[in-house]
Design a protein around this ligand. Structure first.
Ligand code: NAD
Ligand code: IPM
Ligand code: MN
Length: 355
């Protein structure tokens, strides 16, 4: 088939890990007899520099008409002085997610056995860990009214409104319960209902939706306690359902269980097959240009794209197997104890697709 997707390398290490993923996709297409039709566009800081806006109309148009988006990362110190919607994150990535209505962000945490020793946590804590975070992606404090109040001289204040509607909570809760049904039938909903009104509504709605899934066990946990449980007893969790900002924070924490920020992919989904696939990590300005960036999360995101947006399951599995072979053979980047560069690891994985 013709695999038509939008490729947004973005900033920092985005283009480096993106190239590695494209090499892998190319080989995969050759092995399985497909063609790639890649529409590459600018987003974030790169788009600001070239076109003066973090989300050019052609980027959005491409994302809307192709079957999927593969994104590296956006942002970096070069654009940190910018304010509000001029920023790569606030004016690029967030509106892209919102305009595509990709409200469900799925982030798995299943440490590869071969990487158990790459984590600072004890191997016995990591044994049998396999959970998925279902993060609400288009609501909450990220998208509420925000600004500065300069009305009082020398007494500036700033605000970020956090708002959730019942409908927004319902649709993400349904996603989590449906996913749990395909797994170990357990949902842990994470909120801060001892303080936040949005969390109180969250808990009410999730409990109500849970009533439609009597076969799925539902528990509620406060986010501060969850941050601790995730490191002390991570194997107890199956599907973790949470709002936008808590999900952002908890998934970086979850990467510690998996050995590196560079190994967790993610899928951002709406109601159809269209999706955006991206690593959970950022543009890693501290290692850009050094060849140290681990391309695993990006390669696994590409595999996920093939499976979910193009229904190419054997192809996705072939990529995942090749990644696993690389991890087993120690053909990895420095963050995982190896000595390969980003490009070398990408090529190694590509050479092992279908083998
Ligand atoms: P980061 O995720 O970029 O980096 C955190 C740490 O993890 C750094 O030490 C980095 O070197 C390391 N790291 C990240 N990815 C790695 C990889 N693939 N291989 C090896 N090491 C890796 O987070 P940050 O430094 O807080 O943010 C940098 C910029 O990225 C900011 O502008 C932020 O807004 C942006 N960001 C973008 C996205 C996205 O586009 N989805 C996600 C997170 C952060
Ligand atoms: C992520 C990132 C983004 C987020 C930023 C860059 C807006 O941290 O995808 O995890 O907070 O959603
Ligand atoms: Mn994040």
């Amino acid at each position: 088939m013709n695999i038509n997707f939008t490729y947004l390398p973005g900033d920092g290490i985005g283009p480096e890990i993106g190239l590695a993923a494209l090499v892998v996709l190319n080989t995969t297409a050759n092995v399985f007899g497909h063609t790639l039709d890649i529409e590459e566009h600018l987003i974030g800081g790169a788009a600001i520099d070239a076109l003066g806006t973090p989300l050019p109309i052609e980027t959005l148009a491409s994302a809307k008409h192709t079957g999927a988006v593969l994104l590296g990362a956006v942002g970096g110190p070069r654009w940190d002085h910018l304010k509000g919607a001029e920023r790569p994150e606030l004016g690029g990535l967030l509106p892209l997610r919102q305009k595509l209505d990709l409200f469900a962000n799925i982030r798995p945490a299943k440490p590869f056995t071969t990487l158990i020793n790459s984590s600072p946590l004890k191997p016995e804590v990591l044994k049998d860990v396999d959970f998925v975070v279902v993060r609400e992606l288009t609501g909450g404090i990220y998208f509420g009214a925000k600004g500065r109040d300069n009305s009082q001289e020398n007494k500036q204040s700033a605000y970020d409104e956090c708002r959730y509607s019942e409908a927004e909570i319902e649709r993400i809760a349904v996603r989590a319960f449906e996913l749990a049904r395909t797994r170990r039938k357990q949902v842990t909903s994470v909120d801060k209902s001892n303080v936040l009104e949005t969390s109180r509504l969250w808990r009410e709605v999730v409990t109500r939706i849970g009533g439609n899934y009597p076969d799925v066990k539902l528990e509620h946990t406060l986010v501060d306690a969850m941050a601790m449980h995730m490191l002390t007893r991570p194997r107890d969790f199956d599907v973790i359902l949470t709002e936008n900002m808590f999900g952002d924070i908890l998934t970086d924490e979850a990467s510690v269980l998996c050995g590196s920020m560079g190994v967790i992919p993610s899928a951002s989904l709406g109601t159809g097959n269209m999706g955006m696939y991206e690593p959970i990590h950022g543009s890693a300005p501290d290692i850009v240009g050094t060849g140290k960036a681990n391309p695993t999360a990006m390669i696994l995101s590409a595999a996920w794209m093939l499976r979910t947006s193009f229904d190419l399951c054997a192809e996705a599995l072939a990529i995942e197997n090749a990644v696993e072979q690389a991890l087993e053979a120690g053909q990895v980047t420095g963050d995982l104890g190896g000595s390969l560069s980003t490009d070398q690891m990408g090529k190694w994985v590509a050479d092992h697709v279908g083998r």
